[in-house]
Design a protein. Structure first.
Length: 157
């Protein structure tokens, strides 16, 4: 069953260990929305990838469960976009170190469009959100092969 924009989904069984993840989400129509307190961004419709880490209590299961549920206080930039998008799933890898910046660079190296300043307020990266010019299936396969991640779908891609 596909998750409509703004509806919570459910990711498959995830480890409670620390790790990093790449959310894949589909924005069905262009959108202009407030991100945080100071910035408005115009998003084109399409497939997006967001690099994040889950190093706190509950690890990947807690963080990705929170993103999939779509509930709670808006804390991260992605919390402002998720209510408008359909979460397809997450590519995840257990690892004690923060890999999100490495993965954001990996996505950028493949020519995908970086949404500057999104999700990178605590690092020197240009951004952690990308408009992807690949199909979801092709992106998932490449990431699994090159980043040693596992796919946890919410809905079929």
């Amino acid at each position: 069953m596909a998750t409509a924009p703004g509806q919570p989904g459910k990711l498959g069984l995830l480890p409670s260990a620390s790790g990093s993840y790449l959310l894949l989400l589909h924005l069905p129509a262009s959108l202009e929305t407030q991100i945080g307190r100071r910035r408005r961004i115009v998003f084109a419709a399409g497939l997006y990838g967001y690099a994040g880490s889950a190093l706190g209590p509950g690890g990947l299961a807690a963080r990705l469960g929170r993103h999939a549920a779509g509930a709670g206080r808006r804390h991260w930039h992605i919390d402002y976009l998720l209510p408008h998008a359909r979460l397809l799933g997450a590519l995840a890898r257990e690892h004690p170190e923060r890999l999100e910046c490495v993965w954001a660079a990996w996505i950028a190296d493949r020519g995908h469009t970086c949404i500057r300043g999104f999700g990178s307020s605590d690092c020197a990266c240009p951004g952690h959100l990308f408009l992807l010019d690949a199909s979801a299936g092709a992106f998932i396969e490449e990431a699994q092969r090159e980043l040693a991640v596992s796919w946890h779908p919410v809905c079929a891609v």
